[in-house]
Unconditional design. Structure first.
Length: 268
């Protein structure tokens, strides 16, 4: 689904048969001008989506960004100026801000994680809002993070349930051997050893204590295996996890529980 389709669905959900309040209180000839303001510091993402919202509501509305996606801004910064038919601006306001606040919140949280582990890749996961994955993963990139797989179709990740149903790590890995790069989930050092022996070159070290994680990373480095840590990752633990020497850390919180950045549209 592309941005235009996503915006179309969001507007249909919000407007329905029409903006009954604006149609009664604002004349069709009224013009307006507003400023999109950051009410707290953060990283901006989603300006092009915001622009598309106003474009679909009324093509006569002009939306002019004053910063670029990925910019780190301070409280009070003017992010964009919007002008044109007042009805259209008011009708599109909430949907436009919903996208901009959500995506900027993701970018801001990602930047916080990245700053605490500057030498380690910070990866997102598939724990995204249904239908908004492409946008949310874009916001992760704007915050300095790296996208993991986009879906089930573009990368192999053999997790615990796959291993259980396949009859073990060796059998699960063997199903792909020689065909493509694969990543295997391991929860213990014993599983790490089995994954290495099976020939995998990527291992997801899941929910390991830091002491165990350090042992697992040491084994993987010796075998020239790329490592990713996941589980129990937050702003308090990410630095310790990064110090174990893992190549990457995946953080579900980037997209499943970011705080929306406080942004408003103030009419001038």
């Amino acid at each position: 689904m592309n941005v235009q389709q996503i915006v179309k669905l969001a507007l249909r959900e919000d407007i329905g048969s029409g903006d009954i309040t604006t149609q009664r209180t604002v004349t069709s000839s009224a013009k307006a001008r507003g400023r999109v303001l950051a009410k707290e510091s953060g990283v901006i993402a989603g300006l092009s989506v915001t622009k598309e919202v106003f474009r679909q509501v009324d093509r006569r509305i002009k939306f002019i960004p004053k910063v670029k996606d990925g910019a780190r801004v301070k409280k009070g910064k003017i992010l964009a100026v919007v002008s044109g038919p007042a009805r259209g601006i008011l009708t599109g306001e909430r949907v436009a801000l919903n996208f901009l606040q959500r995506l900027s919140g993701i970018a801001t949280l990602t930047q916080k994680f990245s700053s605490l582990a500057p030498r380690t890749l910070i990866l997102d996961t598939r724990k995204t809002t249904p239908g908004l994955r492409a946008l949310e993963k874009y916001a992760v990139r704007m915050g300095g993070g790296t996208n993991h797989r986009m879906g089930l179709y573009d990368a192999v990740l053999i997790k615990d349930n796959h291993i259980s149903l396949a009859g073990g790590i060796e059998k699960a890995v063997k199903a792909f051997k020689g065909k493509r790069a694969i990543e295997v989930e391991a929860k213990t050092v014993a599983q790490v050893k089995k994954a290495i022996k099976a020939g995998t070159k990527k291992i997801l070290l899941d929910n390991m204590r830091v002491k165990t994680l350090r042992k697992a990373v040491k084994l993987c480095k010796k075998a020239k295996v790329w490592t990713e840590a996941s589980g129990g990752v937050n702003l308090k633990t990410v630095r310790k996890i990064a110090k174990t020497g893992v190549n990457a850390i995946s953080v579900g919180a980037l997209t499943h529980s970011p705080k929306a950045l406080d942004i408003s549209l103030e009419m001038v």
